[in-house]
Design a protein around this ligand. Structure first.
Ligand code: ADP
Ligand code: ZN
Ligand code: ZN
Length: 730
C-alpha cells in the first residue's frame, strides 16, 4: 500500500502519514485534503512511500486532491524546507505560507481596490461571441471600446452602474479584463530615459543575470531606483524569464503598481498580497505558477510563489521591518529571497536609500555587489536642506515650534503642501492627574493608555482595550486631567487652530479605518486638494507628491532612549525616508526636525543626509557590543497568564539549553531569563531568553537541538516561540 507523507498547517513539528486510495495520482508536491483528528485540513505531500506492515492498520486514507491548484514544484518545497529549518518552524506551517488560501472552490471575488482595467487578449477573442445575447455585457463592452486607450480608469470603474459591476466581476474572473496602465495616469505618460548612473546600475544587474549575485542598490530617495529595477525586469522578461518584485506594503503605494504596469507594456503583471480576496489570490498565484505571469509584485508572502521561469528577484526598501513576519513562522522575506535567488542561480537586487546594517556590512565585505546612486534623478531636485530646531522654541505647548509654523505658513501662501510627521497616533500618549500624578494604565498590559479624544476614549495600543475617558481622577477626584505629549490627533487640532483656512488631512491607522481607502486621499493629495498632511510612518513610504515642499518632524527623540538596539538605525532610515518626501520634482524642499538634542551626532549626520556616517557610527557600536551584523541572535519568548509559569518554563528552558551547550560545544551564549520590555500584554505575563553566537551555523546547530528539548518541556498554560534573527524586542 502506498502512503503519502503530508505536511499540515499545525503547530506541531510533525509529518502525517495517510494511505493513498486507488486511482489518485499523488506525488511529492501534490496538494491534498485530509482529516486530522476529525478536522478537515489541506496540506502538501512531501514524500510518497510504502507503508510498513505495522503502520498500515492504523492509517486513514487521503480525502481528495486539491484540484484547483498546481502541485508545488521541487524548488518551492526546498525553499520551505530551508525556512522550516532555519527559522525553527514546522514545515507544514511554512508550506501554508507558500499556498494561496484554498477555501471552497468557486468563491472567487475580485480585488475591491480600484485599478485601471482593459480588455485582455482573451477577452477580445472570446467576448464578441457572447455579446449579442447579453445587453449588460454589450453595454460594458461599449464602455471599454469608448474609453481612451481602451482603459477604464479607477474612477470610471467605480462610477459604473450597479447592474454592470456584477458583469465586470465575472469578466475579471474569466480573465476577459485585466489591470492596465491608464493613459491618463501621469505615471504612464512618459517612459523615462535612464541617466548615466541608472544605466550603469541596470547594466551591472543584467551582467549578473547568468548566476546568483546579490546586489545592494543604495540610492538616495528620488534617485530613480525604481526605474533601475524596472529596466532590469524588462530585460529579464525579454529573455523569457519571470521577475519577483517584493515591496513592504502594496496598499499604500498604488503609484508603484501603475509604474510597473506602464514600464512593462503588454506584459502580464500580477500583484499578490494578503488583502486580496481568496479566489483572486488563487487565480493570480496560478498564473505565476504556470509561468503565465511575467512579473509578480508582492508583499513578503509572495517570496514563496512558484515561478518556473524565475530570472530576477528584487527586494525594494530592503531595510523595511515589515519584511519580517512577527508570528507563526518568523521569517525575513529579504533573507528568504536571497536564499531563493542563490538556489535558482539568479541575481537578487536589494534596493534602498538606507540599507539595513546587515546588508551594508555584507556589501562592505564584498559579499554583495554594491551599486550607488548619489543624485536625485529629476534634474533640479536636490536633497532638501535639513534644519535642526531646538524643541525649546516650542511656545504654544502644542508641539509645534515657531520655525515650523512659519514654514507651513509660507507653503500656504505659495500654494504648496506640507507634511508634518509624528510617529504616534492618538491625541496624547498618556493622561496625567495634575494633583496626585495618577496615570491610567491598561488593565491587561504593562502600558499606559493613549488618549483618543475624537472617540472620547482611552485606548491601549498593545491589546486594543478601550475605556471612556474619566471626567475626574479616580484617586483624588481632581477634574484637571492633562493629556501628556503629542499624537497625530492633537497635532491635527493644533494645526487646524493655527491655520483655520488650510485643508488638513490626517493619515494614520485610525483615520484610515474611518475614512476608508488611502487611494482616494492619495488622489486628493495629488490633485493639490490638501494643504497640510499629518501622518505616522504610514506616510514615510515611497510616495511622490510633486507639490510637497516641506516636511516637519516631531517626536524623533523618543528612539534615542529606546531599549531596542535597532531603534536608532530605524529612526535614521525613517527620517531620511520622510525627508525624501520633500521637493521631489520641480520645487525645492525643506525639512525641519524639532529635537531637544540638536547636536546629537545622529541628527547632525542627518542634517547632511549622510547615511554612511550614521551607519558607520552604528556599525562601530554594534561591533563593540557584539550585536548583529557582528553576531547572530535568537530569542526564546514565553508567555502565560501567571508569571510563575513563565519563570518556571524559562528556568527549565535555560537549564536544558545549558545541557545542550555542553554537548554541542562552545561559541553560543545563553543569557539568563528576563521579563520582556513589555512585561504584560493582553493579560499574559511575558519573558524571554536571548541567545547569541558569532557563527550562524553553530547557532543553528544549537537551536535545532534546544528546540527538541523545549517541545518536551512545554506546559499547557505556557505559549512559547523561537525567533531567529529577531528584529523587535518589545
Ligand atoms: P527612488 O525609488 O530612488 O526613491 P524613484 O524611482 O521613485 O526614486 O524616482 C523618483 C522620481 O524620479 C520619479 O518621479 C521618477 O519618475 C523620476 N525619474 C527616475 N529616473 C529618472 C530619469 N532618468 N530622468 C528623469 N526622471 C527620472
Ligand atoms: Zn489625582
Ligand atoms: Zn492593553
Amino acid at each position: 500500500m502506498a502512503i503519502a507523507r503530508v505536511a499540515l498547517p499545525v503547530a506541531v513539528d510533525k509529518i502525517f502519514d495517510y494511505w493513498i486510495p486507488e486511482g489518485l495520482a499523488v506525488t511529492t508536491g501534490t496538494l491534498v485534503r485530509v482529516d486530522l483528528a476529525g478536522r478537515p485540513l489541506a496540506g502538501v505531500v512531501v514524500d510518497v512511500g510504502a507503508a510498513s506492515a505495522a503502520q498500515s492498520g492504523s492509517l486513514v486514507p487521503l480525502r481528495e486532491l486539491v484540484s484547483e491548484l498546481a502541485p508545488l514544484p521541487p524548488d518551492v518545497l526546498a525553499l520551505a524546507g530551508f525556512v522550516a529549518e532555519y527559522y525553527q518552524a514546522p514545515l507544514g506551517q511554512v508550506l501554508a505560507l507558500a499556498l494561496p488560501p484554498l477555501g471552497e472552490a468557486g468563491a472567487a471575488r475580485v480585488d475591491r481596490r480600484a485599478q485601471p482595467m482593459a480588455l485582455s487578449a482573451r477577452g477580445r477573442l472570446e467576448l464578441p461571441a457572447r455579446l449579442p445575447r447579453a445587453p449588460r455585457a454589450r453595454e460594458l463592452h461599449a464602455r471599454f471600446a469608448a474609453a481612451p486607450g481602451g482603459v477604464l480608469d479607477a474612477d470610471a470603474l467605480q462610477a459604473l452602474p450597479d447592474s454592470l459591476h456584477a458583469v465586470r466581476r465575472a469578466w475579471a474572473r474569466a480573465g476577459w479584463i485585466e489591470p492596465a496602465a491608464s493613459p491618463a495616469d501621469p505615471a504612464s505618460r512618459s517612459r523615462v530615459e535612464l541617466n548615466a548612473g541608472q544605466l550603469e546600475a541596470a547594466a551591472a544587474i543584467e551582467a549578473a543575470a547568468s548566476g546568483f549575485q546579490p546586489v545592494l542598490l543604495q540610492g538616495v530617495t528620488g534617485s530613480g531606483k525604481t526605474d533601475v529595477y524596472l529596466a532590469a525586469a524588462a530585460a529579464a522578461i525579454a529573455r523569457g524569464r519571470q521577475v519577483l518584485l517584493l515591496v513592504p506594503e502594496i496598499n499604500l503605494t498604488p503609484q508603484l503598481e501603475r509604474r510597473v504596469l506602464a514600464a512593462l507594456p503588454g506584459r502580464r503583471v500580477v500583484t499578490l498580497h494578503s488583502a486580496l480576496a481568496a479566489g483572486e489570490r488563487r487565480h493570480r498565484w496560478q498564473e505565476a505558477a504556470e509561468g503565465r505571469a511575467d512579473l509578480v509584485l508582492g508583499t513578503r508572502l509572495a517570496v514563496f510563489t512558484p515561478l518556473p521561469r524565475l530570472g530576477l528577484v528584487v527586494v525594494d526598501e530592503e531595510h523595511d521591518p515589515s519584511f519580517k513576519q512577527q508570528d507563526t513562522v518568523r521569517y525575513h522575506a529579504r533573507d528568504v529571497a536571497i536564499w531563493r535567488a542563490r538556489d535558482r542561480r539568479v541575481p537578487c537586487v536589494l534596493g534602498t536609500a538606507t540599507p539595513a546594517l546587515e546588508s551594508l556590512h555584507r556589501a562592505q565585505q564584498g559579499r554583495y555587489a554594491w551599486l550607488r546612486l548619489t543624485q536625485r534623478a529629476v534634474v533640479p531636485a536636490a536633497l532638501p536642506p535639513l534644519r535642526l530646531v531646538p524643541d525649546r522654541s516650542t511656545k504654544s505647548g502644542e508641539g509645534m515650534g515657531e520655525p515650523l509654523q512659519a514654514a507651513i505658513d509660507a507653503r500656504l501662501e505659495r500654494g504648496e503642501q506640507s507634511l508634518v510627521f509624528i510617529n504616534r497616533r492618538g491625541f496624547a500618549p498618556a493622561l496625567l492627574c495634575s494633583a496626585c500624578g495618577w496615570q491610567p494604565g491598561c488593565p491587561a498590559c504593562s502600558a499606559r493608555l493613549v488618549v483618543h479624544r475624537d472617540a472620547g476614549v482611552l485606548r491601549c495600543h498593545h491589546c486594543g482595550h478601550a475605556e471612556a475617558t474619566p471626567r475626574r481622577c479616580p484617586e483624588c477626584g481632581n477634574v484637571d486631567l492633562l493629556p501628556l505629549g503629542h499624537g497625530t490627533q492633537r497635532l491635527e487640532h493644533a494645526l487646524a487652530a493655527a491655520f483655520p483656512k488650510a485643508r488638513i488631512a490626517r493619515i494614520d491607522r485610525d483615520s484610515m479605518r474611518r475614512k476608508g481607502s488611502f487611494a482616494a486621499l492619495h488622489g486628493d493629495i495629488h490633485a493639490g486638494e490638501i494643504d497640510i498632511l499629518i501622518g505616522t510612518q504610514m506616510l514615510a513610504k515611497g510616495h511622490d507628491f510633486p507639490r510637497l515642499t516641506l516636511v516637519g518632524i516631531l517626536g524623533a527623540d523618543n528612539a534615542l532612549y529606546s531599549a531596542d538596539f535597532r531603534a536608532t538605525e530605524r529612526l535614521a532610515a525613517l527620517l531620511l525616508q520622510v525627508a525624501g518626501r520633500a521637493g521631489r520634482a520641480q520645487l525645492p524642499g525643506e525639512v525641519i526636525v524639532q529635537t531637544s538634542f540638536p547636536t546629537h551626532p545622529l541628527f547632525v549626520a542627518l542634517a547632511d543626509h549622510d547615511y554612511d556616517a550614521i551607519a558607520a557610527t552604528l556599525l562601530a557600536e554594534r561591533r563593540v557590543a557584539e550585536l548583529p551584523p557582528f553576531a547572530y541572535l535568537a530569542l526564546l519568548a514565553a508567555e502565560a497568564p501567571d508569571r510563575a509559569h513563565v519563570d518556571d518554563f524559562l528556568g527549565r528552558a535555560h537549564a536544558a539549553g545549558t545541557q545542550v551547550l555542553a554537548q554541542t560545544g562552545a561559541g553560543v551564549e545563553l543569557f539568563s531569563p528576563v521579563a520582556a520590555a513589555l512585561a504584560r500584554r493582553a493579560g499574559m505575563e511575558r519573558g524571554q531568553i536571548l541567545v547569541r553566537c558569532a557563527q550562524r551555523a553553530v547557532l543553528q546547530r544549537f537551536l535545532g537541538r534546544w528546540r527538541t528539548e523545549l517541545a518536551g518541556l512545554a506546559r499547557r498554560r505556557v505559549r512559547w516561540s523561537l525567533d531567529v534573527d529577531p528584529i523587535g524586542f518589545a
